[in-house]
Ligand binder design. Structure first.
Ligand code: BYC
Length: 482
């Protein structure tokens, strides 16, 4: 029997939510299950479905030891429903209900708002699997191939997490939404995924690492905000999702770092003094630093769009309602209601970028976006350390928030990555300086050749510092012809 920490593995769906005693929800999830498996076969990783992959599976929600590693065929992965342990006596941490006992059921007046947030969150999870489905064909090593599949199966589990909440708390509407989550497709002209960045292609491994570093970090920020929720099942679900999410960002950060390391190492060995010498770096078969910067510019700008509009009544309403808080709300020291406070926001006024103080409640999306920027800067600093150690003066940077935006204030203007406003002519003339060009993409695509020998790595990426689960460098993480 589940004890809240350990997971019940007896039924079709591993869980610590007592599904064995909840016939209605169990039936709804079991009815949804074949459609999910069908989706995984159609839209999950292409090829490799019969390969044995060294994956971690959540077997407990005890922070001291929640996962076990072992070889699994991906379609047999145990996608379960796992909630972090309940916190006894928890009260709503913010908004107009602050201090009241948390809700175990959906409050009627906030039903539509909650459902929308769950659906948006749920939609991103299968979308990312769809975006990454072709990458297996070009993995630079078995280690990286395994990491890709780990990320994919866990995003699949995160879809289960949202579908459980929809089916348990939203009745027929929830079941319909759960079906729709399997119907939409990333990048599809008629039935696209809900948010922009999740309809973009992830054509190569540098894009994958950028996506897992930056876009998964939006996931982290949004999940942190939802983990504060007064709707306790959402808080507990997202808290456990965050445990898994950390690895996804590690894959991104270490992936980019290994590319930077290899590029610097090859340039040094090749006698290249100018780290921006794209032609000579490419002659060595590595990715030049200016191209890495352009990829950063692209992925950061796409990710910033995910935070929504600068001024948002949706965000203010969700906060007032006690449904979606701020990043680490429980560690902030203020009234947690934001009745009289203001927050500085960059806005676009008459084509210029200006800072304005606005009511803090209306600026919650921006506050989360600023927290994201601070969090994302850490890894960029560590990438720069690798470049510095190689003796090069080149530095990677995060682009300005006004750069290349499609949502919010800056969608109306053009700005360069330093935040200088450009007219349309200057923008189109200089776009290839800022964003990956067709040439950049062709060059990267040409590097993407699979490396399937145990312990071997493509020339453009350094091996990792350590193996997964303490395994040695020669470990065969994916047994392709099992
Ligand atoms: N694209 O008041 P606003 C992850 C819409 S990633 C399209 O600013 P709000 C993951 C908006 O819906 C995290 N439409 O909106 C990462 C609204 O429409 P309605 C996913 C957009 O609600 C990697 C209208 O514009 N989770 O987990 O304050 C791999 C007005 O906008 C967009 C969440 O996002 C856009 N980018 O902010 C796997 C958490 N932006 O309702 C997974 C849940 C805005 O007026 N979502 N619009 O018709 C939210 O908290 C919010 O809905 C948003 C938008 C932050 C997305």
């Amino acid at each position: 029997m589940p004890d809240g920490l350990n997971v019940d593995y007896d039924g079709l769906i591993p869980n610590n939510v007592g599904l064995a005693d909840d016939a209605r929800v169990r039936k709804a999830l079991e009815t949804w299950h074949p459609g999910y498996i069908g989706w995984w076969h159609d839209m999950g990783p292409e090829g490799f479905q019969d390969a044995l992959v060294y994956l971690r599976t959540a077997v407990s929600v005890d922070p001291k030891g929640w996962a076990k590693f072992g070889f699994v065929k991906m379609p047999d992965y145990k996608w379960g429903v796992l909630l972090a342990p309940a916190v006894e006596g928890r009260t709503i941490p913010f908004g107009r209900h602050r201090g009241e006992a948390v809700w175990q059921e959906v409050p009627g007046e906030y039903r539509a708002m909650l459902r929308r947030l769950l659906v948006i969150q749920g939609d991103t999870e299968p979308a990312s699997v769809e975006q990454q489905r072709h990458l297996g064909a070009t993995a630079p090593s078995l280690y990286d191939l395994r990491n890709l599949f780990q990320v994919n199966v866990e995003e699949g589990r995160h879809l289960w997490a949202m579908v459980y909440l929809l089916q348990k708390y939203f009745g027929r509407d929830g079941r319909e939404e759960a079906e729709e989550l399997l119907r939409r497709r990333s990048g599809h002209a008629d039935t696209p995924r809900m948010l922009g960045a999740f309809n973009e292609a992830t054509p190569d491994w540098l894009s994958f690492f950028m996506f897992t570093y930056f876009t998964d970090r939006d996931g982290k920020m949004q999940l942190e905000a939802l983990a504060q929720s007064g709707f306790d099942p959402l808080s507990r679900t997202t808290r456990f999702m965050l445990t898994e999410e950390a690895h996804h960002m590690f894959v991104g950060e270490s992936g980019v770092s290994r590319i930077v390391e290899r590029s610097c190492e090859a340039m040094r060995a090749g006698g290249i003094d100018n780290p921006a010498d794209t032609v000579r770096a490419r002659a060595l078969g590595v990715i030049d630093l200016p191209t890495i910067q352009r990829k950063i510019n692209l992925h950061v700008s796409l990710t910033l769009d995910l935070f929504g509009n600068e001024i948002s009544t949706n965000a203010a309403n969700a906060f007032n309602a006690g449904i979606k808080g701020r990043y680490r709300e429980d560690r902030l020291e203020d009234d947690h209601q934001l009745l009289d406070s203001t927050y500085p926001v960059l806005r676009c006024v008459a084509g210029r970028i200006v800072e304005e103080k606005v009511p803090a409640l209306s600026a919650l999306n921006m506050r989360l976006r600023d927290d994201f920027g601070a969090d994302a800067a850490g890894g960029v600093g560590r990438w720069n350390k690798v470049i510095e150690k190689a003796g090069y003066a080149f530095r990677l940077t995060l682009p300005h928030v006004a750069f290349n935006r499609r949502i919010g204030e800056f969608a109306a203007i053009h700005a360069d990555p330093a935040g200088r406003v450009l007219d349309a002519g200057a923008w189109s003339a200089r776009q290839a300086e800022f964003l990956p060009s067709a040439d950049d993409n062709l060059y990267i695509a040409a590097l993407m050749k699979p490396v399937h020998g145990a312990g071997q790595f493509a020339n453009w990426i350094a091996p990792p510092k350590a193996g997964v689960d303490g395994k040695p460098g020669s470990f065969e993480y994916v047994q392709i012809h099992a």
